[in-house]
Design a protein around this ligand. Structure first.
Ligand SMILES: Cc1cc2nc3c(=O)[nH]c(=O)nc-3n(C[C@H](O)[C@H](O)[C@H](O)COP(=O)(O)O)c2cc1C
Length: 176
């Protein structure tokens, strides 16, 4: 089963990146880190889709059996970096695939708008955003060890357990 985790934060020192690295390490997933990838701003030009960096992320997502999107909530939506990344891709990479959604918010009861925004966009890509979803507030992080605390780690495990069930169904029934 091939899992891919996408860090949707452009901030190298962002909390989303901590969560995404934790997930990738713990669940042996491939990480696409948008704070490191140099991807162009989508402009619809054909030559853009030929760029090596764009081809590479397309290939990684295409080979995935399940995907986790970890996005900061910025102004009540997913990050611009993640939306741009998704605009560079298409349902060719996403169709029928289970996707887990995690929003990293500021702690003022935010996060749900980014989750709903990601869910809407996943439908647009014909992906299957799973029911379980998660908001991580600043309090969820262990800043000394640059990781997530025990309780949110358990909630992430529950999300990953559900994602792996759907990934099994995808592999058995929907993968062509
Ligand atoms: C431009 C900007 C907009 C933000 N808007 C929201 C928001 O709408 N809701 C919220 O809960 N937090 C908001 N925040 C706080 C971030 O979600 C929070 O700092 C989170 O940790 C950002 O993820 P990152 O550290 O991975 O970049 C915003 C932060 C920035 C920089």
């Amino acid at each position: 089963m091939k899992l891919v985790v996408i860090n949707g934060s452009p901030r190298k020192k962002g909390r989303s990146r901590i969560a995404a690295i934790y997930l990738a390490d713990t669940y042996k997933a491939e990480l696409i880190d948008l704070s490191e990838y140099q991807l162009p701003l989508f402009n619809g030009a054909e030559e853009q889709s030929e760029l090596q960096a764009v081809q590479k992320v397309k290939q990684i997502v295409k080979e995935a059996d399940a995907i986790v999107l970890v996005s900061p909530e910025y102004h009540s939506g997913m990050s611009g970096a993640l939306k741009n990344f998704l605009d560079l891709l298409s349902n060719e990479q996403f169709a029928n695939k289970p996707v887990g959604l995690i929003a990293v918010a500021g702690g003022g009861k935010g996060g749900i708008n980014a989750l709903t925004n990601m869910r809407t966009v996943m439908r647009g890509l014909y992906a299957n955003a799973i029911p379980k979803q998660l908001v991580l507030d600043p309090i969820c992080f262990d800043y000394v060890n640059t990781t997530v605390k025990e309780e949110p780690a358990l909630l992430m495990k529950h999300l990953m357990d559900e994602l792996q069930v759907y990934a099994g169904l995808y592999i058995d029934v929907l993968r062509k």
